[in-house]
Design a protein. Structure first.
Length: 75
């Protein structure tokens, strides 16, 4: 297991059980290569669609912004 994966799992251990299960489900789907798309909560659909549009326009966050966002999860 890589050090990064170990760090991620340690961060997940500190989350509530329901959040841990959601992350575990996502990890298993990714690892198994399940071709089924993840269901999107209708309340989140506008944000998902905007993110896809930004991707098509090649509008991505700067590395520093991504690093800052991930630092929020390091506790």
């Amino acid at each position: 297991m890589t050090k990064l994966l170990e760090q991620a799992l340690e961060a997940v251990r500190r989350l509530p059980a329901e959040s841990q299960d959601e992350i575990a489900t996502a990890m298993l789907r990714l690892a198994e290569g399940d071709g089924e798309p993840e269901p999107v909560d209708p309340a989140h659909l506008p944000a998902v669609l905007e993110g896809l549009a930004q991707s098509r326009r090649r509008e991505f966050s700067a590395d520093a912004e991504v690093e800052a966002a991930f630092r929020c999860f390091e506790r």
